[in-house]
Design a protein around this ligand. Structure first.
Ligand SMILES: [Zn+2]
Length: 273
């Protein structure tokens, strides 16, 4: 490599030299042109995305993004706490209700589609099979941005389901393993290449409920949409809709205060360059 000159790139924080610098910039700009406004939210259960990210999703949809939800489980485990009939028929009924509610929330938010991978609810494991199935949807829909759950537990003084449910932790582990590097690596899951699914690089990852958040989205203008989408999950909030709305507005406003906006959602955001 002939060094023609050198410069400091503020974007990447590394010193780059001459021709290499030019080549690298060309590569990046070609890559940026290829990037489409497609985002994907991958979570374990119905309502997970509404609690953590629906304000951001509604904002991206307003900005012209095509957003897809991918639900990893079959949603059979979300029945009432006081249930005594937890047999197959009751489970099927719950799954149908919860999927219908998730699709209704998707319609409120303006999603392109809601996809269910139907792994058993309450038993999610970050297996190689799950990783392959996530890589399949990543390569098929080719999102630039992915929102997912945290594979790391955040220790809190009181157990809260968002941070402690083992499906959520497994979901985070499986999604991050799928998008880096398997989705972009042709040598991972050769059967997918045979299906005609070319490698795909996800550029931005937004992790909900991470132990450390480094990014916020001002959702002041889409807070009402978030609440409307959340309330589509009626089976989860029977008799406590008002309480839930009040609790969510208080919690999201507190988060907003941290960032000097009315309402905010926060993430750990990381780039894949
Ligand atoms: Zn959940």
């Amino acid at each position: 490599m002939k060094v023609l000159n050198h410069s400091y790139s503020h974007e990447s924080g590394v010193v780059v030299y001459g021709q290499y610098f030019l080549e690298r910039r060309t590569m990046v700009s070609e890559q940026q042109q290829e990037q489409k406004k497609v985002a994907m939210v991958i979570v374990a259960h119905p309502d997970d995305a509404e609690f953590g990210a629906a304000g951001t999703v509604a904002k991206w949809v307003r900005e012209g993004w095509d957003v897809y939800y991918v639900l990893l489980t079959d949603a059979v485990g979300g029945g009432p706490d006081e249930a005594t009939d937890v047999g197959p028929a009751a489970r099927r009924a719950i799954a149908e209700t919860r999927k219908r509610e998730q699709r209704a929330a998707g319609a409120v938010l303006g999603l392109k589609d809601v996809i269910f991978l139907n792994y058993p609810d309450g038993q999610l494991q970050p297996t190689i099979e799950l990783r392959r199935d996530i890589v399949r949807v990543l390569r098929k829909y080719r999102p630039t941005r992915v929102i997912c759950q945290s594979p790391d537990r955040t220790w809190t003084p009181v157990m809260i389901i968002g941070r402690y449910h083992p499906d959520h932790l497994a979901s985070g582990q499986a999604v991050i393993s799928a998008l880096y590097p398997a989705s972009q690596n042709p040598w991972d899951f050769p059967e997918l290449l045979e299906e005609g699914l070319m490698p795909h690089k996800v550029s931005e990852v937004y992790i909900m409920g991470a132990p450390f958040s480094n990014y916020f989205v001002d959702i002041s203008e889409t807070m009402d949409k978030k609440i409307e989408a959340l309330l589509c999950h009626q089976s989860q909030f029977i008799g406590r809709v008002d309480e839930l709305e009040k609790m969510m507005r208080t919690r999201i406003a507190e988060l907003g205060k941290k960032y000097w906006v009315a309402y905010a959602e926060e993430f750990h955001r990381t780039e894949n360059r």
